[in-house]
Write a new protein. Structure first.
Length: 392
């Protein structure tokens, strides 16, 4: 009996292309992590419209090759560096650092980290940044926190502080790297993704693959999941693997709801029951006469939307919806001592509906749309910003 292909023997390798639709010259790549990957090649049917005496269809041809699919996975630090950069059409940039400074003090009542000279804003700190403090005389003032307020003199954070006067040599930095949809200079990354079915010696090489967007989802008592939409040029097949010595997959911890935090309007959100975030790149395959593969994968506008749900305790979400009040939304995921942060500086709610069930608490659900923030406040001029503390 012939061998049957099974998912546990399927090896997936990802490599960035130099030229769209052409496999990288070096056959190394990197193993990918997944909960599922389906990339399929389809061809639309073109049926003859001739009218004939025999009253039957005379011919049928196959049209353009279309490669599309979804890479499903659990969210983890450093794993999705390339795909997220491709989706946001930008490169990652190092987080900022201030210090060592001897002019920094800490206030317990206001949760402020203050400086008597220089400027946090000028140094580049932004709302929603995950920062790390080191060098404070009081141990409890060191460590990581989310910035929920920024002025030139003060960083307001979401953690408990201990009163401490200036004098210690303090360093404050944004660990890792950040990624935002840029105002100009957008990138256009593509990949070769090989699916090697080692138990039946079949290699499928998906070339010219671009990331059309992703969906991030979190619910109680679950792993955070991220699903990437893929669109590509063509699929090649062989009996041997092309990527013969790929790098190992990342081993960072999967991020879960137990280590998840949300921030709305620059304040910690409580009693959340669900979070979702969808980025769509509106890509389109360019069709031309005389070719059975796309001439290009064309980018469209980047749109970001999502939904949050929480136990109903007051009308704050409903009031923001009715009054079209713009807010900021942030998600922080912790795991294995590292973190990822997703920030939406400017959001409008599109609803505030409540359920009514015989058991359990009442849940209010608020869909939202993220918009470009182009103000002069202490937020990134973008629709979405991501921070990964593991990237160097």
């Amino acid at each position: 009996m012939a061998s049957l292909a099974t998912a546990i023997f399927k090896k997936v390798v990802l490599a960035k292309e130099t030229t769209w639709g052409t496999k990288p010259a070096t056959n190394t790549g990197k193993y990918g992590r997944r909960t599922g990957l389906e990339v399929n090649l389809t061809r639309a049917g073109v049926e003859s419209q001739e009218i004939n005496a025999h009253q039957q269809v005379n011919d049928f041809r196959l049209g353009l090759r279309t490669l599309s699919g979804t890479w499903n996975a659990e969210l983890s630090c450093s794993t999705w560096e390339l795909f997220l950069a491709a989706a946001l059409r930008a490169g990652w940039t190092a987080g900022v650092t201030s210090g060592p400074l001897t002019t920094v003090s800490f206030a317990a009542a206001t949760k402020k980290i203050s400086r008597s000279s220089g400027s946090w804003i000028t140094d580049g700190f932004k709302l929603g940044d995950l920062i790390n403090v080191a060098g404070a005389a009081t141990a409890g003032n060191n460590g990581r926190a989310i910035v929920v307020g920024v002025t030139a003199a003060d960083l307001t954070v979401d953690k408990v502080l201990v009163n401490e006067s200036a004098g210690a040599s303090v360093t404050v930095n944004v660990p890792g790297k950040k990624l935002s949809v840029p105002m100009s200079g957008h990138t256009d990354d593509s990949f070769t993704i090989e699916e090697f079915y080692s138990d039946i010696s079949v290699s499928e090489r998906n070339v010219g693959v671009k990331v059309g967007g992703f969906e991030l989802s979190l619910s109680p008592d679950s792993m955070a999941t991220i699903n990437f939409d893929l669109m590509g040029k063509n699929k090649e097949t062989d009996t041997t693997a092309y990527f013969v010595s790929p790098a190992a997959a990342t081993t960072t911890a999967s991020l879960s709801s137990a280590g998840g935090y949300a921030y709305t309007d620059n304040a910690p959100a409580t009693l959340l029951t669900g979070l979702s975030l969808t980025l769509t790149g509106n890509m389109e395959a360019a069709q031309v006469i005389g070719a059975d593969t796309a001439a290009a994968i064309l980018p469209g506008r980047i749109q970001v939307s999502g939904e949050l749900s929480a136990f109903f305790v007051d009308n704050s979400l409903a009031d923001k919806f009715l009054n079209e009040t713009e807010i900021g939304i942030g998600y922080r995921f912790d795991g294995g001592g590292e973190s990822m942060v997703f920030k939406l500086p400017r959001v409008k709610l599109g609803g505030a509906s409540k359920n009514d069930a015989p058991t359990g608490g009442i849940i209010i659900t608020a869909p939202f749309t993220a918009l470009l923030y182009s103000g002069t406040g202490a937020a990134e001029n973008t629709t979405i910003c991501i921070q990964d503390t593991t990237l160097a």
